[in-house]
Design a protein around this ligand. Structure first.
Ligand code: NAP
Ligand code: SF4
Length: 700
């Protein structure tokens, strides 16, 4: 590939398959990237339509081929939550026009997702193929009568017609992840013996009837996408034969594109968290692709252009669907097309600001891009995007009298503040005492399964160059130095230090602060006690028990660890899990009596807990720490004394703010602001740090 001297951009397409046009039913897409469905929390109130429109339009401008909205229910029963958005009346149509107009004006295409939640509905009126309660909802769904099934099919058809009136290019019928249509398809949840169950073909009838009747009602010039489950990953899920037969019948019924999902929401196999290897499930997609002639899109843990290109070029799919990567970077497609993947703000699959928010009924955003979902909020203004332009050297910047800012500390908060401020034209010096940027993220990326965090550091490194931040590595900022620098404002993003605890024996040589263990400066023996069972305690337990830390994680080893059968021999695509022999015996301890890891993210905590359980990590709650001596760690648990005979003890007891510079600077009259962990260390997380820094930079 050659680069043109004027722009530095490649002269030939860097990802030839990804950027080859494709015809999907009635529409021609200029690239093979679909932005998949995400619930933003802006779908449910009509008054939020302008915000939703701004969100999608920004992604359409960024070049994505086709956008699929969050799920809208075709009737009241199918709503996921009591107030969830629907597409069932003329009033709905009006609100949606705001969205479709904005996307079309930005040159994009958009399809409405129709989702009936079935027994996943979080309200007492839920309905399903049979009376049942899912393991993830408290409500029991009633059994749908034959009439109710017929009416529901008609509701899907009516909703598709309304979507067309609202200006959508098509609809996506949501048939995966364990929602109603998937419930009809699987013997796990459909034991009916009428026309809608009893045999695989009758179980498929609900899905195929919906597609057939939408096609009949809307004709050939309306895009119909069906999102189907590649493998249910639950006991008694669909078989491979049934899955492939469904794909063929959907094509015959009139679907233009098969989008894919994997695993029901109640599956005990993680499918989207950061520890899932990239493109871990595309072998499943390939089989479906070989069974049909319409295009098939692959999804799940595809977040960078090279991965996407490899999936397409190797024939595993015709298109790729990504959702969260478009929260992280609306210009993902444009940056890939320009041959500048290093400029992509990569989704690290942490779920902290997106899915975890959704489960808490809060609007979704993004840890690495707090503007996501807030495109109309003045606190998160669009930045002049230099990312698609040649890098402007600092000396050629146009600003005549930039305000001078010092940022101290190049962890997530400092990086966000410095690059955002510089992008707005301010003159920024960023001081970092260490030899590289990253702060706590540098540690996090050492944890097996958190390698994606390195992408955020690569992105910030790139932004430093693009925005002209003057980075001083290995330079500890001092009070006199900062005062002499003549800065208009000093942002202290000096982060945190690991909390030290008072305990007899805590200064023994076999007691370590977690950074020493995570960074590899200290190697622990075969028996370890971890004091503190927060996010970092869990991470350290994962690191210390990793069966073979030197072996690179591959989809194959990951499938075996979680019991996924890529050969899809049995129903659901499951097999016996083999977590591997843990490298150490680990005890993970907290004083609270609550469930271990209760404060971890809703969508990720269970993955950590289940991985550690499989590796035999002993969780101890309600512990009192007594002392450390030659015998080990002495605890009081439930009124009884217990000694853990361990070789090493790792302290993961939270952090304290590091802000030594603050008081002297304030006393000297400097304009100083604390940001990130230096401001509040309690339950410090990068989401809060980056968001706070971004808000602050917008006000400078
Ligand atoms: P944390 O979540 O606040 O946990 C600190 C742990 O230390 C708690 O288990 C606490 O439990 C214990 N502790 C606190 N003071 C103590 C003391 N004086 N003596 C003994 N034990 C003490 O902090 P963290 O683990 O350092 O994590 C920092 C932040 O990063 C958190 O917001 C966390 O959510 C986030 N993070 C999340 C993940 C993840 O979700 N996987 C991973 C890494 C970091 P007791 O008081 O009950 O003993
Ligand atoms: Fe990705 Fe995390 Fe952002 Fe969600 S919050 S989009 S998972 S980086």
């Amino acid at each position: 590939m050659t680069a043109t001297p004027a722009t530095g951009h490649p002269a030939s397409p860097p990802y030839p398959t990804l950027f080859s046009p494709v015809t999907v039913g009635p529409v021609r897409l200029e690239n093979r990237v679909i932005m998949g469905s995400m619930h933003l929390g802006l779908e449910d109130r009509r008054r939020d339509a302008p915000k939703l429109a701004a969100f999608y339009a920004e992604r359409a401008r960024g070049g994505v081929g086709l956008i699929i909205t969050g799920g809208f229910a075709p009737n009241r029963t199918g709503r996921l939550t009591p107030m969830a958005g629907t597409m069932r009346s003329a009033a709905d149509v009006v609100a949606h026009r705001t969205v479709t107009h904005a996307v079309h004006a930005a040159g994009g295409r958009i399809a409405l997702q129709l989702l009936h939640a079935g027994r996943y509905s979080y309200h007492p009126w839920s309905a399903a193929p049979e009376r049942s309660t899912s393991p993830i909802t408290p409500f029991t769904a009633r059994r749908m009568s034959r009439r109710a099934v017929g009416r529901t099919v008609a509701d899907f058809v009516r909703a598709a017609g309304l979507a067309r009136r609202a200006g959508y290019d098509g609809v996506e019928v949501m048939g995966s992840e364990g929602y109603l249509i998937n419930q009809f398809l699987s013997p796990r949840t459909n034991r009916r013996t009428d026309a809608w169950g009893g045999t695989p073909s009758k179980r498929r009838r609900f899905a195929t009837e919906i597609v057939r009747r939408i096609r009949a009602a809307e004709g050939p010039d309306f895009l119909i996408v069906f999102r189907m489950s590649m493998a249910d990953l639950v006991p008694d899920g669909q078989s491979l034969t049934e899955t492939l037969e469904l794909a063929r019948e959907l094509e015959e019924a009139g679907a233009d594109l098969l989008n894919t999902g994997i695993g029901w929401h109640e599956a005990r196999v993680p499918t989207i968290v950061t520890s899932v290897p990239r493109a871990a499930f595309t072998a499943f997609t390939r089989r479906v692709r070989e069974a049909v002639t319409i295009p098939v899109a692959a999804s799940n843990r595809i977040n960078m252009p090279l991965t996407a290109e490899q999936v397409l070029a190797s024939g595993q799919a015709d298109l790729v669907t990504m959702a969260r990567p478009f929260l992280a970077d609306p210009d993902w497609v444009a940056k890939a097309a320009a041959g500048t993947p290093g400029r992509i703000n990569t989704c690290i699959a942490c779920n902290q600001a997106c899915l975890d928010h959704t489960f808490q009924n809060r609007p979704a955003s993004c840890l690495v891009n707090p503007r996501a979902g807030r495109e109309t909020d003045p606190a998160f203004p669009p930045l002049p995007d230099r990312s698609l332009l040649p890098v402007a050297p600092r000396s050629r910047r146009k600003d005549t009298a930039p305000r001078r800012i010092a940022v101290v500390g190049a962890g997530p908060a400092g990086l966000a503040a410095a690059t955002q401020a510089a992008a707005r034209g301010l003159d920024v010096d960023l001081f970092e005492a260490g030899g590289s940027i990253g702060g706590q993220f540098r540690l996090a990326r050492q944890i097996p399964g958190k390698e994606e965090f390195a992408e955020t550091l690569r992105y910030f490194r790139q932004r430093i160059d693009e925005t002209g931040v003057c980075l001083h590595l290995g330079r500890r900022a001092t009070v006199p130095g900062l005062l002499d620098g003549g800065y208009d404002r000093i942002l202290l993003a000096t982060g945190v230090v690991p909390r030290t605890i008072e305990l007899p024996g805590i200064d023994r040589p076999n007691v370590h602060a977690y950074p020493d263990v995570v960074s590899g400066r200290v190697r622990c023996g075969p028996r370890v006690a971890i004091i503190g069972a927060g996010g970092i305690g869990h991470d350290v337990a994962g690191l210390l028990t990793e069966p073979d830390p030197a072996a690179p994680q591959s989809p194959r080893s990951w499938h075996s660890q979680w019991g996924v059968d890529p050969d899809f021999t049995d129903r659901g695509g499951l097999t016996a899990a083999d977590p591997g022999a843990p490298a150490r015996r680990v005890h993970l301890i907290q004083r609270k009596t609550t469930r271990l890891g209760a404060g971890l993210g809703k969508t990720t905590g269970w993955v950590h807990r289940s991985a550690l359980r499989a590796r035999g990590v002993e969780g101890i709650t309600g512990a009192g720490y007594v002392r450390i001596d030659d015998d080990g760690l002495h605890l009081d648990v439930d009124g009884a004394r217990r000694v853990l005979e361990v070789d090493d003890i790792v302290v993961c007891a939270g952090q304290d703010s590091q802000r030594d510079l603050y008081d002297p600077l304030v006393a000297a009259g400097a304009d100083v602001v604390l940001v990130g962990g230096a401001d509040v260390a309690a339950e410090l997380d990068a989401k809060r740090a980056i968001e706070q820094a971004t808000r602050l930079a917008a006000r400078l």
